[in-house]
Design a protein around this ligand. Structure first.
Ligand SMILES: [Zn+2]
Length: 495
């Protein structure tokens, strides 16, 4: 394939042509010079700017794809507000809604509120962070769920999401997920790391048999399927058969703590008193010995680990566990595999350098910093630890990878880069501006660690209408994506 008329070097005038053979870039002309097509397909880059492909390193693909068709309650400011939105939607059969943020609400969600407004209706509402689910009494009856409030959190919520999803048949989920992947390509995304709570290897193999997804997929697994994965020899990085190299095995996902918005992120310092008592430091969902055990089982099968840790204490515990497992890798007792911490939203100064020392990737979501800034200022006020410490991590030499955690934030790397660089997504001044990243570092973090497209690069390419360094905060968020190429396939071309 020949990608014609793109800009490859901000320091030089003139358009280049780029030859792609299979999944590699094999030739790039000097600016102002052309390559002749040798019988291959020709794609017009329309004078756009060539970047390494955007990678969304943390998505929940089925959740996001299905949330696209659900009632959006993201603007609700109270539980009553959510109920009003559901009633106003006019939906009366099975109501599915998504997106509330209850952290600062005075009255928590309760099943009786749903029953009073929508008697007998099956209602399930998921929070923006997927760490809570709010169910109506009739849906609870239908599912055989017994719960005092119908407001399920953390492990209970994640298990409930799996139950709810199992009620949608595979063909429908696959259709929505593959359509969702098309939408990601339109946003310039070439690759995702999917953290759906699922046997993702099998689900993506099934989807790819229907139609190849428009993004390359790294498919994580969870402890539920870990022993099966190890026994089946599914090593991290291994291509899933019959997916044309589009789907690969990813890491084991482990949850170490809860979330900020449900006050269950596990912290060294207590949360401010919410009047309800209990859980004042948040929740540690696994202790260090169990973390070490899971990571060891994974490593024994050459499976990397990706551990969700939001609060600073959870981050400390995960780093301790990684250190213990790393020691056994160094002696050759275990295969050497990678480790990631998902979110790393609050990190003690003493732990920042340990990410680098232990080679732990910080998988971060800059859009969360913006949507959480007000909650952080209340729930994490006055702490020594740093919140969303991107610049501090980068200074230590830590590899940062950007993701959206979709559906928690919209999957859009342009917004992630703008948030990381400007630390504001509205007209307020930058929040904690000392942690803002330089643009080059933000782009690298959004492009899977790659700085520029060169001969030999993977043919994962995103063509934007303009160089990001010439754009304002607002314009960077909306810069048109002219073309997307994933694994050598054209997955998006603007008309
Ligand atoms: Zn997630």
């Amino acid at each position: 394939m020949l990608l014609q008329r793109v800009r490859v070097d901000p320091a030089r005038e003139g358009l280049s042509d780029v030859r792609v053979d299979g999944d590699r870039v094999t030739e790039i002309s000097a600016p102002g010079e052309r390559l002749s097509a040798a019988g291959e397909d020709v794609v017009d880059g329309a004078g756009g700017v060539l970047l390494p492909g955007f990678v969304d390193a943390h998505v929940h693909m089925a959740q996001w794809s299905m949330a696209r068709s659900r009632i959006d309650v993201g603007d609700a400011t109270s539980a009553v507000d959510v109920v009003d939105l559901l009633v106003a939607s006019g939906e009366r059969s099975a109501v599915r809604a998504h997106g509330y943020r209850a952290a600062l609400w005075s009255t928590p969600p309760h099943k009786d509120m749903l029953e009073a407004a929508l008697p007998g209706v099956h209602v399930a509402v998921t929070s923006m962070d997927l760490h809570s689910v709010w169910l109506s009494p009739s849906l609870m009856d239908a599912l055989g769920v017994v719960h005092p409030t119908g407001y399920l959190r953390d492990h209970d919520a994640i298990a409930m999401l799996a139950v709810l999803d199992a009620r949608v048949d595979d063909a429908e989920v696959d259709r929505q997920v593959l359509d969702g992947a098309d939408e990601l390509a339109r946003r310039g995304i070439t690759e995702i790391l999917d953290f759906e709570y699922d046997d993702n290897w099998s689900s993506w193999a099934r989807r790819a048999a229907r139609r190849l997804p428009a993004v390359r997929v790294t498919a994580s697994t969870w402890s539920t399927w870990l022993e099966h994965c190890v026994a089946a020899g599914r090593r991290t990085g291994e291509p899933v058969p019959d997916t044309a190299g589009t789907v690969r095995m990813g890491p084991l996902k482990i949850m170490a703590d809860g979330s900020l918005n449900t006050r269950t992120a596990c912290c060294h310092d207590p949360y401010p008193d919410d009047g309800a008592g209990g859980e004042s430091h948040g929740l540690l969902l696994v202790d260090e010995p169990e973390l070490v055990r899971l990571m060891t089982v994974a490593a024994s099968g050459s499976i990397a680990s990706a551990v969700h840790a939001i609060g600073d204490r959870a981050n400390t515990v995960v780093l301790d566990a990684v250190a213990a497992v790393r020691a056994r890798m160094r002696t050759g007792e275990l295969p050497t595999v990678g480790a990631r911490i998902e979110h790393a939203q609050q990190v003690r100064p003493a732990d920042l350098a340990r990410f680098a020392e232990l080679g732990v990737v910080a998988s971060v979501q800059p859009q969360h910093a913006m949507s959480d800034r007000d909650v952080v200022d209340v729930l994490w006020a006055g702490r020594a630890s740093r919140a969303y410490p991107y610049r501090s991590l980068q200074r230590q030499g830590v590899t940062l990878q950007f993701g959206s955690d979709a559906p928690v934030s919209p999957p859009d790397p342009r917004a992630a880069v703008a948030d990381a660089v400007h630390r504001t997504d509205d007209d307020r001044p930058p929040w904690e501006p000392d942690e803002a990243l330089p643009l080059s570092a933000a782009l690298r973090s959004a492009c899977g660690g790659r700085d520029a497209v060169t001969v030999g690069s993977a043919a994962d390419l995103t063509v934007l209408a303009q160089w990001p360094h010439l754009l304002s905060n607002a314009d960077l968020r909306s810069v048109p994506v002219l073309a997307t190429i994933s694994g050598g396939r054209v997955t998006h071309l603007s008309a």
